[in-house]
Design a protein around this ligand. Sequence first.
Ligand code: PGA
Length: 243
Amino acid sequence: MNPIIAANWKMHKTRREVEDFFKIVLPNASRAQRSIWIAPSATTLMLAAEQARGSSITIGAQNIYFEPQGAFTGEISGAQVADCGAKFVIVGHSERRRLFGETNLDIKKKINAAAHHGLIPLLCIGESLEERNSHQTAAVLKKQLTEVLDPSFEGVIAYEPVWAIGTGKSATKEMIEEAHGICKEILKNMCKKGEKIAVLYGGSVTPQLTPSLASTKNVDGALVGGASLEAQSFLSIVQGFML
Ligand code: PGA
C-alpha cells in the first residue's frame, strides 16, 4: 500500500499562510511519490484546491454535516465541500467527539453523506487514557468501528489515541502495531474491501518519530496535526515515509 501522509490543519492558517505553505511544498510534492493529503479550514478549502491543482496533492475537508442542505446555520454539506474541490473528509475526529458532542450515530451519517457526495471518509478512532489504563483499548476500537461502518465502507481509518493528540506524547511502536492489527482484523471481517483499507497513525507525529513509524508493521501512513503546519516539517514527515 502506498503510504498516505495526511495533514489536519485544524483551526489554523489564513489565505496568505496557505499560499506560503504551498510555495514550499509544491515543488517537492511531485518527487515525493507518496499520497499527500491536506485538510485545511473550510475558509481556505477552495484556495488550497486551486493551489494543489495539477499536483499530486489531494485536498479534503475537516468536517461536514450529514444533511444535504437546509436550515442548519453554520454547517457545511458534503456537496458544498466537494464543490470547493475536496476529495476526502475527516470524520469523527476526537476533538469533534469531545468538544462538539458528536456521537457514533452522527459519524455514521456523516460517512454515508461523504460517500453519497463522492468524498473519501477518513474516519478517526482511538481510546482515551482511562480506557487504555483499564485495558479497554480493543473494545473501544471495536465499538467505534462496528457502530459506524457498513460492509460497503470504502475509506481510510486513522488510529489516534486521544491522549497522544497534541500532547507531544506519541504512542509507542508496540502500541501502534497492536492497535492497528486490531483495526485491520475488524475491518477484514466487517467490510467487503476490508483488506484494502489503509490505517494511518495520528497523535504527536513529528519528523523525528517518522522513521520508526514508517517501519512499524500495520502502519499505512500518518495523520499529522501540529507538525503539518510548517512546510519543512511536513515535508520531512513525507520524506520519512520514503526511506
Ligand atoms: P497532532 O494532531 O499531530 O497535533 O497530535 C493529530 C490530529 O489531531 O489529527
